[in-house]
Each structure stands twice: as C-alpha cells, then as structure tokens.
Design a protein around this ligand. Structure first.
Ligand SMILES: O=C(O)CCC(=O)C(=O)O
Ligand SMILES: [Fe+2]
Length: 387
C-alpha cells in the first residue's frame, strides 16, 4: 500500500538554502520525485484567509454564463477556457498566462476584474480626498487588503529576486521602455528595478460579485510560484546541476489554471480528467476539500490524494523528466469524481520558453545513457500517460 510522501516547507530551517535541513529536505524532495513523480508539500505562504478568498472567487468565476466564459479564448493549447468536452463532461478550466518574465513574482491581470478591486478604491477614496491631491499631488492611503503574511512573502520574494546573479536578471529584457531589468546605470548606481508586465485577458466578468479579486489570485499565484522555485533549486542542487537550472529559471513562465469539476449524481465514480502526465516542466496543484485527485505509482496502483488547505501537490511534468534524463518520471494522474459536491482546483504550471533544454551532462554516464535529445519544451504532446 503506497502513501504519497509529505514534505514540510513551513519550517523556516528547511528553507534556508545550503543549511543542513535545507539539504536534507532537498534530498527528500528529489527522492520523492524519483519514486512517485510527485509529493505533497506542506506550505503556509497561502494563508487560510487567502485560500478561502480564492476558492470562493473560483465559485463565482465558474458561475459566469458560459457565453462569457468562452470569450476567454486563446490560440495556445491549455490556455483560455476549456470545457464542454464530450469525454470529460464534468471538467471546465480557465488558464491564464500571467507571467512572461523572470522568477516567480508574476502578475495576474486586473483585466479579469475590469471594475478593479472595489475594496481598494473605496478605501482610498475615504482616506485621501480630492483636496489632498490638489494640495500635495499625493496622499497616504491606509489599506489592509494585503495581510502581514502576504506583505512578508512579497518582500522575501523580492530579496530572492534581486539576489539572483546579474547575468540572470538581465535576461529579463523587454522592448517596452521601463519594462524588464533596469540596473547598473552609472548616474543611479544604487538603483535596480525589475518591471513585470500584466498580461491582458479577453475575459470580461460582467455581473459577477467576486469575493476574490485580482490581488488574492495574484498573491496565491506568486506564493505557489515561490514553492516551485524552492523545489527546483533543491532538485538541481541534489543532482549537482545548479548552474544548469539558473538559465532555465530566467525563462520560466507560469500558467495559472482555475479548474472546476461538476458533481456526479449518485455513488458512481466518474472520470473528471483522464489519466495523463502534464506537458509542463513542473505542475503544482492545490484544491478545495473535495477529493478526486489520484496519482499512479510505478507498479500501477492509484493513490488517492487527501487534500488540506496547506497542502500542495508538487508534480514533475514531461519537461522535468527529459531534463533529468528520466531519473524523475512525469507523474501520471487523473481526477475521479464521486458524490454531489463540485470540486475546484488551482494548477500552477511552469513552462520553459525560448530556449532548447539541454540535458545536463552530470546526469548522463555509462549507467545512465542519454534518453532524450535537446528539446523544445512546448513540443511535448499533452494528455497521455506512458505507463
Ligand atoms: O484538478 C486537478 O487536481 C488536476 C488537474 C490536472 O491534472 C490538469 O489540469 O492537468
Ligand atoms: Fe494534469
């Protein structure tokens, strides 16, 4: 009988790069990925309040009329609205490419909530009136929409971001003035900036009363992206290929997918999503309390995942399998629905863009001959399981 390994990413000691606990956690995570293609991460950067706001927001989002949801089109597979598919009739998802730049501080667009974050605009109106603007051209707004935990998470992420080597930071280029990395300027030698572009969305949410606004979605996306980077740095270190991972990090983009499964009638188990591996580099799944996610072990057993608000399933995708020369196999998983409750989940999917992924030579030797050619990560086929 298998059980998915659970690894603690809440203990600050385990998160201090290079420390004994960090190295032990790195080894534990890598072994779990090798054995199961995935593991459960206990992670507390998405606070319970934020978690509740996000899942309430998801309910509102999927309640929008289908005519509006389909407006969120995309020419890229997996992006935009996906639903009404005959062989998985319970499944609906909306994917948002909310980042195209460096590291995990990514923006989920305000366009999704075209009326803006009401709480913010109301409070700023009461705190600062027109006369303050007339008098000073600015005012100080008191605003409690960003909790202390989120505030800390943002600035911790910001430290990590600016701690990256300059060679990596400058990869974040942009044709738009003031976007991308700005630094090393002789007249302002103390200054460094990294500007992240908001991706426009075609989605229009007309009459919805969202309890979750763009900030909540953005912050939970950022926190999950941070978890991805912690795990990837650990895996790269465990394999002694840290230098190979740094350039990949610079071209990692994140797709945030919001997913809903309809409930089934009666006790029958119905397929929510067919068994597959993800064509991502890594995937991190997070969900509400309704069970359904199942992971296939190497010997063919399906393990049920038992969710909790602080648990995240970290999964290797096809990209990670190729990059590790098959040492880590992509996780084969499916969703089975049972009972009368709908299920909501969030997936943060990472892709490496614009470069061909070369297999680190450190992972190839006589006993482990090269299994994959250098590949374009976007050309791996979706929705299939090799085992
Ligand atoms: O909803 C889930 O937990 C799984 C979703 C999934 O596997 C996918 O979107 O690729
Ligand atoms: Fe998947």
């Amino acid at each position: 009988m298998h059980k998915l390994p659970s690894i603690d990413f809440t203990n600050k000691k385990n998160l201090k790069p290079g420390s004994t606990s960090w190295l032990a956690t790195a080894l534990e995570a890598t072994r779990a990925l090798e054995e199961y293609g995935c593991f459960i991460a206990e992670f507390d950067k998405v606070t319970p309040e934020l978690n509740d706001a996000v899942f309430h927001g998801l309910e509102d989002l999927f309640d929008i009329p289908i005519e509006t949801k389909v407006l969120n089109k995309s020419t890229k597979p997996l992006y935009g609205y996906v639903g009404q598919i005959p062989f998985i009739p319970l499944y609906e998802s909306m994917g948002f490419d909310y980042s195209n730049t460096l590291d995990g501080v990514r923006s989920f667009t305000e366009v999704m909530w075209p009326n803006g974050n009401e709480a913010f605009s109301l409070r700023t109106k009461t705190c600062g009136d027109v006369s303050a603007l007339e008098k000073y051209g600015c005012f100080m707004a008191t605003y409690d929409g960003v909790s202390q935990e989120l505030h800390d998470a943002i600035f911790d992420a910001s430290h990590d971001l600016f701690d990256l080597p300059t060679e990596v930071k400058v990869l974040n280029t942009s044709d738009t003035p003031s976007h991308g990395y700005v630094g090393q300027i002789p007249v302002i030698p103390l200054y460094e900036g990294l500007a992240l572009k908001m991706q426009p969305l075609q989605m229009e949410l007309q009459d919805s009363q969202n309890s979750c606004g763009p900030q909540e979605m953005k912050f939970s996306g950022m926190a999950i992206a941070e978890l991805d980077q912690i795990v990837m740095k650990m895996t790269a270190k465990s394999y002694g290929v840290k230098e190979h991972y740094e350039p990949l990090l610079g071209t990692t983009t994140y797709l945030l997918k919001l997913i809903k499964y309809l409930s089934t009638q009666g006790d029958e188990r119905n397929l929510g999503i067919v068994p597959h591996t993800d064509k991502t580099f890594m995937s991190i799944l997070h969900q509400d309390e309704v069970k359904g996610l199942e992971i296939k072990t190497k010997d063919g057993e399906w393990i049920e995942y038992d969710p909790s608000p602080s648990s995240f399933v970290v999964m290797a995708g096809d990209g990670c399998m190729a990059w590790t020369n098959g040492k880590i196999e992509a996780s084969c998983h499916r969703v089975m629905m049972q009972g009368n409750k709908e299920r909501f989940s969030l997936g943060l999917f990472t892709f490496i863009r614009n470069i061909k992924i070369e297999m680190p030579q450190e992972l190839v030797d006589e006993n482990h001959p090269l299994k994959f050619k250098a590949f374009d990560p976007l050309q791996i086929s979706p929705l299939s399981c090799s085992r």
